[in-house]
Design a protein around this ligand. Structure first.
Ligand SMILES: [Zn+2]
Length: 123
């Protein structure tokens, strides 16, 4: 009975399998990196080495301050944030075209980015 309860939502998985947190493919429990997409896996028992960032804050920063890469600095994607900041500052004087580019970039970030720079998923 306790063993069945433990696997109640994994009926299609073998005993030593679980789903990849990123792509959803079944992988071995002992796998640290998903063989399909390469994403680092954390078991439920694992304490994240860094506290997870909040997605709500990430989205708000991207919407209001995304032109300056602030959302990427928040999430630990520092290199991307620096690129966005530079594009906005360097091209910003040409009819605001730099800010337009980085604003669209920030929207793409909102849609695509689900993990912070340490590979910890947003909450
Ligand atoms: Zn995967």
């Amino acid at each position: 009975m306790p063993q069945e309860y433990e696997n109640f939502d994994n009926e299609n998985l073998g005993k030593n399998e679980r789903y990849c947190a990123s792509c959803g493919n079944p992988i071995q429990k002992k796998d640290i990196f998903c063989p399909y997409c390469g994403t680092k896996q954390y078991s439920q028992q694992t304490v994240y080495p860094y506290p997870p960032k909040e997605r709500v804050i990430y989205v708000l920063l991207a919407l209001f301050l995304g032109c300056f890469g602030v959302h990427n600095f928040y999430a630990g994607h520092t290199n991307t944030g620096i690129k966005q900041l530079l594009i906005t500052l360097l091209l910003g004087w040409l009819f605001g075209i730099g800010a337009l580019i980085t604003f669209i970039w920030a929207i793409v970030d909102i849609i695509q980015v689900t993990h912070d720079g340490n590979g910890v998923p947003f909450t």
